[in-house]
Design a protein around this ligand. Structure first.
Ligand SMILES: Nc1ncnc2c1ncn2[C@@H]1O[C@H](COP(=O)(O)OP(=O)(O)OP(=O)(O)O)[C@@H](O)[C@H]1O
Length: 747
C-alpha cells in the first residue's frame, strides 16, 4: 500500500465531495420513492429508483468508486478525469457524472491500463488518446486507505521478488494482491475493481458472435462470463433482456454457488440450469410412454473405478462419444436427406376438371425441386406445409387460367366444390410422404447398423458403428435412453419439427463447456439468438473426457462456422497460491496436453502443499479431524474434504461427523452449498473454491488421463491450503514424481 500518496489530500477531498453529493441524492430518492402512485409507468420508474437508492445506501455512499483514469483525447486535447465505480452515479440537478459505471465504454480504458496509444469504442466510433493515469483506491467507509498508481511499474518498483520472476510467473499489481489475499468467503464475488486487461477483452467482446475461452483453473472464466452478462445488459438493454439470458453450468451445487454474484452485478433474473435438466424437459415429450432417461452418475463408476470391464468401457466410450459428435449431427442431417431422396415417392400430381375434361399437372421434378431445394432450409414438417400451400396455389393458378380461357364463370358453390376437391387431391397425394416420428426415427438410425453406416461420415470406423448400434439396442430394450441421447433427439426434432425454443435466449453462457459434447453445444447455439454465446472451459479439467470435448477445434472449426467464433486463452490463474499451482501442474504434465492449458499462478505465495500418510483407517480419520481443527484455528472458513467417489464421501462423512461439528455431506443431488466444512466427491468440486482442501485416499488415483484430470481439478480448488492424505506405502503414480521442493512429504 502506498502510504500518504502525494495526492492523498486532494483525493480524499474529492471523495468527501462525492459522498456529500451522494447523500443529497439519497435524500431526493427517499422522497421520490415514498410517493405512492397507481400509475403503472411511475411504478416502474419508482422500482428502479428504489433499487438505485438501495445501492447508494448500502454500498455507494461508503465506497462510491474504486478507480480513476485520466484520458487525454487526441482530437480535442482535453483531459477527461473519470472516477469508476460499480454503478454510475449522476447528480440529478446538474446531470454531472460523479461516478462512471465500470461497464460504460470509457471505463474500458481503466482496464487496459496506462498507454500512449489508447482508445475506446462508442456507438459513434472510436475515441483515441492517451491514458495519462490509472489509479486504484482502497476505500473503507468513505475514507481512502490506499492509493495505487499503475500496475506493473508499482510492483517492480517495490521489488517483490526479482523482475524476471514476474515475467515467468505472471506479475500482479499490489491492488490485485491486496484483493486476492483477503480470506475467501467461499462464494464467487465481483471483481470489477481488478478485472485484468485480457479478461476485459472477453467481457467486452462483440455480442453478435460466439466466443470460446480456454482458461486455466482459477483464471476467472466463470467470474468474467457473469461480468459479461452484466456488461451486455448495461450496454444493450434495448435489444437484450436479462430474463432471456441463460447460464448452463455443470451441476446444481455450482449454480447455487454462483447465484449470489449475479444480483451483485446488477443482473437479477437470469435463467440457470444444467444442460441435462433443461434439455430433458424438451426431450421427454418425444419419448414413448414409460420411457426414462438414465442417471448420468451411473457411468462414473465404469470410468473411475478400478477393476471394471475394459471392453464395456470401450464400447460405452465409443457410444457416448459418437452420440455427442458432429459425425452424429451429420448422420442426422443425412437421414433427413435420405428420407427425401429414398423414401418419398415423388410422383407427378395430376387432376382433371370434369366439366371440360381438362387435365392439369405439376411434374414430379418440380415437386422434388420444391421439397428438397426451394423449401430445403425448413424443418421437415414445415416443408410439407409449405409444399402443400405452394401446390394449392399452383393448382388454383392453372385452373383459373383455364377457366378464363374457356370463359367459364364459377359460382360460389362451384368454387367451394373445387376447393374441396383440391384439398382431397392434396391430402391423398401428400399421404404418401412419410410422417416422421422423432423418437422412432432416431431409434431406427442409432440401432440400424446398415443405415447408420450409410449415413455417418466415412471416417467413423465400422467397428464404432457396430458398437454404437448394438449397445444402443440393448439400452433401448429396457425402455431407457441415456443423457447422451438427448442432444441428438433435440437436433432431430429441430430438423423435423423445428425447435420452437429456437432463438429463445438473447445470450447464453456455457460454463465448464469441456464437459459438454459438440452436439450439445450445437443444440444450445440453435436456441440462442445471433449465436450470441460465451463458451468457457478448460480442456485440462475435462473429467468427463469419455463424452465431452477433446479440443476446442470441435467448436471453432465445427459448430461455430458462420459467424466464426472468437477464441481466447487465459493462462493466468488467480485462485490458488504459487505453491499449490506448481504442484497441480506436475499432475498435468503426466498427460500430454497442449501448453496452453498449463496455469501460470499470480505472484501470491503461501504454504507448500503437504502430503501426509497414515497406517490404519482409524488414524486416517483422526488425522483428517485434526487437520480440519488446525485449519479452523487459523481462521479458514471453508474447508472441503474431497474423496475420489461419492461412496467414499459417504464413508468419510460417517466416520468424521462425530469429530467435526456441522460437517455436511454433499452429493450430486444437492443444490445448496452451505460453506463451512464439507465432504464431497472430486467431480463435484468442479468450479467451486475453498479456503483449504484436504484430499483423501489419493493412492486411488491411477495413472490414467481421467484420474489425472480429476485429481488436477481437486488440487486446484483451494485458495490457501492443500493437504493430501494417503495410506502409508501406497502413493498415487500421479504424485510420485513431484519434486520435494513442490510437495512437502511427511511419512
Ligand atoms: N481479475 C481478478 N481480480 C481478482 N480476483 C480474480 C480475478 N480473476 C479471477 N479472480 C478470482 O479467481 C478465482 C477463480 O475464479 P473463477 O472461479 O471464475 O475461475 P475459473 O477459471 O472459472 O476456475 P475453474 O476453471 O478452476 O473453476 C475467484 O476467486 C475469482 O474471484
Amino acid at each position: 500500500m502506498t502510504i500518504r500518496h502525494p495526492d492523498y489530500e486532494q483525493e480524499q477531498k474529492r471523495l468527501d465531495e462525492t459522498v456529500s453529493a451522494i447523500e443529497r441524492e439519497i435524500e431526493i430518492l427517499r422522497e421520490e420513492v415514498r410517493e405512492v402512485t397507481d400509475d403503472y409507468v411511475k411504478q416502474v420508474v419508482g422500482y428502479k429508483k428504489a433499487k438505485e437508492l438501495r445501492y447508494l445506501e448500502d454500498q455507494g455512499k461508503d465506497k462510491p468508486y474504486f478507480g480513476r483514469v485520466d484520458f487525454l483525447k487526441d482530437e480535442t486535447y482535453e483531459l477527461d478525469i473519470v472516477y469508476i465505480g460499480k454503478r454510475g452515479i449522476v447528480r440529478s440537478d446538474t446531470f454531472d457524472a460523479l461516478v462512471v459505471d465500470w461497464r460504460a465504454p470509457i471505463a474500458s480504458l481503466y482496464y487496459s491500463g496506462e498507454s500512449k496509444d489508447a482508445f475506446y469504442r462508442t456507438d459513434k466510433g472510436i475515441v483515441r488518446g492517451e491514458v495519462r493515469l490509472k489509479r486504484n483506491f482502497a476505500i473503507e467507509k468513505g475514507k481512502i486507505t490506499g492509493i495505487y498508481d499503475g500496475a506493473v511499474k508499482e510492483t517492480i518498483r517495490r521489488g517483490i521478488g526479482h523482475p524476471d520472476e514476474f515475467l515467468e510467473e505472471g506479475y500482479i499489481d499490489e491492488f490485485l494482491a491486496a484483493n486476492l489475499n483477503q480470506t475467501n468467503d467461499s462464494r464467487l464475488k465481483d471483481i470489477v475493481a481488478t478485472i485484468q486487461s485480457e479478461q476485459n477483452d472477453i467481457i467486452r467482446a462483440d455480442k453478435d458472435r460466439p466466443i470460446v475461452v480456454q482458461g486455466v483453473a482459477g483464471s476467472g472464466k466463470t467470474t468474467i462470463a457473469l461480468h459479461r452478462l452484466s456488461y451486455l445488459i448495461y450496454n444493450y438493454q434495448d435489444t437484450m433482456m436479462s430474463k432471456k439470458f441463460m447460464v448452463f453450468a455443470p451441476n446444481r451445487l455450482f449454480l447455487n454457488y454462483i447465484s449470489d454474484v449475479l444480483p451483485e452485478l446488477g443482473v437479477d433474473d437470469v435463467q440457470q440450469a444444467t444442460f441435462l435438466d433443461w434439455a430433458a424437459k424438451l426431450a421427454k415429450p418425444l419419448l414413448p410412454k414409460g420411457w426414462r432417461i438414465t442417471d448420468p452418475q451411473k457411468l462414473l463408476r465404469l470410468f473411475f473405478e478400478e477393476g471394471q470391464d475394459l471392453r464395456e468401457r470401450e464400447i460405452t466410450q465409443r457410444r457416448l462419444r459418437f452420440k455427442g459428435s458432429l459425425a452424429c449431427k451429420t448422420a442426422l442431417d443425412n437421414y433427413l436427406r435420405y428420407l427425401a431422396e429414398q423414401e418419398i415417392p415423388f410422383k407427378t400430381l395430376s387432376f382433371v376438371y370434369s366439366r371440360t375434361q381438362q387435365v392439369f399437372s405439376i411434374s414430379k421434378e418440380t415437386i422434388r425441386e420444391l421439397f428438397t431445394t426451394v423449401f430445403g432450409h425448413l424443418p421437415y414438417r414445415k416443408r410439407l406445409e409449405a409444399l402443400r400451400k405452394h401446390l394449392k396455389q399452383e393448382m388454383n393458378k392453372q385452373l383459373f387460367a383455364h377457366l378464363r380461357e374457356m370463359r367459364i364463370d364459377l359460382d360460389k358453390q362451384g368454387l367451394t366444390r373445387f376447393e374441396r376437391m383440391m384439398e382431397q387431391i392434396l391430402e391423398k397425394y401428400l399421404s404418401s410422404f412419410p410422417q416422421v416420428d422423432v423418437f422412432a426415427a432416431y431409434r431406427k438410425l442409432i440401432t440400424d447398423e446398415t443405415l447408420l453406416r450409410r449415413l455417418a461420415p466415412d471416417d467413423v470406423e465400422d467397428s464404432v458403428i457396430a458398437d454404437v448400434c448394438q449397445s444402443s439396442e440393448a439400452l433401448f430394450a429396457n425402455e431407457r435412453i441415456e443423457p447422451e441421447d438427448v442432444a441428438p433427439l433435440l437436433y432431430l426434432r429441430h430438423l423435423v419439427d423445428g425447435l420452437e425454443q429456437a432463438g429463445q435466449f438473447d445470450h447464453t453462457v456455457v460454463d465448464e463447456a469441456q464437459d459438454l459434447s459438440a452436439l450439445e453445444i450445437a443444440v444450445i447455439a440453435l436456441v440462442t439468438k445471433r449465436q450470441s454465446l460465451t463458451v468457457v472451459g478448460d480442456i485440462a479439467q475435462g473429467i468427463h473426457g469419455y463424452r465431452g470435448l477433446q479440443t476446442w477445434d470441435e467448436l471453432t472449426g465445427g459448430v461455430f462456422v458462420q459467424p466464426p467464433a472468437a477464441y481466447y486463452t487465459l493462462a493466468q490463474s488467480y485462485r490458488s497460491t504459487i505453491e499449490i499451482m506448481r504442484c497441480a501442474n506436475e499432475v498435468l504434465r503426466r498427460i500430454r496436453l497442449p501448453e496452453s492449458v498449463m496455469a501460470r499462478p499470480v505472484l501470491r505465495h503461501g504454504e507448500m502443499p503437504k502430503m501426509l500418510s497414515y497406517a490404519a483407517p482409524a488414524e486416517k480419520w483422526e488425522q483428517t479431524a485434526r487437520l480440519v481443527r488446525e485449519l479452523q484455528e487459523e481462521g479458514f472458513q471453508t474447508v472441503a474434504i474431497v474423496t475420489k467417489t461419492a461412496e467414499e464421501s459417504k464413508q468419510a462423512h460417517k466416520a468424521l461427523r462425530g469429530a467435526i461439528s456441522e460437517l455436511v455431506l454433499l452429493g450430486s443431488k444437492d443444490s445448496r452449498y452451505p460453506g463451512g466444512v464439507t465432504v464431497m466427491p472430486a467431480y463435484l468440486t468442479k468450479g467451486l473454491q475453498f479456503d483449504a482442501v484436504i484430499l483423501l485416499d489419493v493412492e486411488r488415483y491411477t495413472d490414467s488421463e481421467w484420474d489425472a484430470k480429476l485429481l488436477y481439478v481437486a488440487m486446484t480448488r483451494p485458495v490457501h491450503r492443500l493437504l493430501i492424505l494417503h495410506e502409508a506405502g501406497r502413493i498415487s503414480p500421479l504424485l510420485c514424481d513431484v519434486p520435494d521442493e513442490l510437495l512437502s512429504v511427511t511419512l
